[in-house]
Design a protein around this ligand. Structure first.
Ligand SMILES: *Cc1c(COP(=O)(O)O)cnc(C)c1O
Length: 375
């Protein structure tokens, strides 16, 4: 919670639920990442929070952008950033969207299959392409493995094949899983990438870029290593596997950039028990899984939740307001709130700047999508 957010909530008294972002924290997170990985070009993953004020701030700070759709590309272009600062990083794109991106000047594309490579060389001739490889996603609270990337042997064939098509084989990418708590998880993927660089070189294909993805964490209920630990581990790994021929490095932070900058204010709608001898109170909020807190799925991301009341606390089950039984936020994760908590109380859900507004449904049960204020 920052002074600016506190003041905004006290003075403006916006309707709940709402997300309030402190832009100074975003700027600070950008500087922290800049310092931790000085050799890398930063491509902010727009999906984490595409608020125009945030995109504008990052564009001004010098960031580039990782996008997944034409709408995200247009949001970036609306900041005045040029198309050469945009990567179309989704490995699953319609050919019509690739053509539309190309028409806007985007010349950097991800792929992880032969079919996708074919679409890019048809619809975006002359562009740079990079191949995403699989990672285990171990030690990540929100893994992205399995769905994205291909194995290194396939990547080798595809990158060599790319050289024969109307595209430029530029490099390799991976993502070690979001909210990655272990700085050493980059090492195995960097080693695989270095192997690919060598194999391609032997086949006469010179790669020059390594995209080490996102995954850098935000502090939620548990502490996480600082950005400098990630920077040091990555730097060491790059030197070990690439020696004095370290390629151009791209990072694609999402959560790290905006997570800690946001607070959701929510209202307690109902406090009840399921039986007289129920040991836990059920606390229903005006926001749930469908209102922006999708990452509470399997209780994977555990946001700090704070009440202004003090005194003794007792265990609660936290749930959202919709008519879907999946809309339970935390049942096993041992959340406790003051015994004095009352219906109508406001609660703060902290570190909610990433992956909340973008995950909110449009009108499930008639509830509006999560509003975002930038201060
Ligand atoms: C979502 C995503 C990111 C951002 O991941 P974080 O864990 O939020 O840093 C980066 N790159 C790609 C390709 C993504 O899909």
């Amino acid at each position: 919670m920052t002074k600016k957010i506190d003041r905004f909530l006290a003075e403006r008294r916006p309707a709940t639920p709402c997300l309030v972002m402190d832009l100074d924290v975003v700027a600070d997170n950008y500087r922290k990442l800049r310092r931790a990985v000085p050799r890398a070009s930063i491509y902010y993953a727009v999906k984490a929070n595409p608020a125009p004020e945030i995109l504008k701030l990052l564009a001004k700070a010098g960031s580039s952008f990782d996008t997944a759709s034409i709408n995200e590309i247009d949001m970036v272009l609306a900041t005045g950033a040029s198309a050469d600062r945009i990567s179309f990083g989704n490995t699953i794109k319609k050919k019509t969207d690739i053509a539309a991106a190309y028409g806007r000047g985007v010349k950097l594309y991800a792929f992880d299959s032969e079919a996708e490579l074919g679409k890019i060389s048809d619809a975006a001739p002359g562009s740079r392409v990079f191949c995403r490889i699989l990672t285990s996603g171990a030690n990540a609270d929100w893994p992205l493995s399995r769905k994205f990337g291909c194995d290194v042997e396939m990547a080798r064939k595809l990158l060599i094949e790319a050289a024969k098509r109307d595209v430029v084989p530029y490099g390799v990418s991976f993502h070690v899983g979001s909210q990655q708590r272990d700085p050493n998880q980059w090492d195995a993927a960097v080693a695989q990438a270095a192997w690919l660089f060598r194999e391609c070189e032997q086949a006469g294909v010179q790669l020059s870029m390594l995209n080490i993805g996102g995954g850098f964490p935000t502090r939620y209920r548990k502490t996480v290593p600082g950005m400098s630990s990630y920077g040091a581990a990555i730097d060491e790994s790059l030197s070990r596997h690439f020696g004095n021929r370290i390629p151009d490095i791209i990072v694609e932070p999402g959560r790290q950039m905006v997570g800690s900058a946001g607070v959701i204010q929510t209202e307690v709608v109902l406090i009840s028990k399921k039986a007289d001898n129920d040991t836990k109170r059920w606390v229903y909020l005006d926001i749930g899984k469908f209102g922006g807190l999708a990452e509470t799925m399997d209780e994977a991301i555990q946001y700090p939740i704070v009440s202004a009341r003090d005194g003794a606390v007792a265990p609660v089950v936290l749930a959202g307001p919709t008519c879907d039984s999946a809309d339970i936020l935390y049942e096993k994760a041992d959340y406790r709130l003051p015994e004095s908590l009352e219906i109508g109380d406001k609660l703060e859900i902290r570190s909610t700047g990433a992956y909340t507004t973008t995950y909110a449904s449009v009108a499930f049960n008639g509830f509006e999508p999560l509003k975002c204020y930038c201060v």
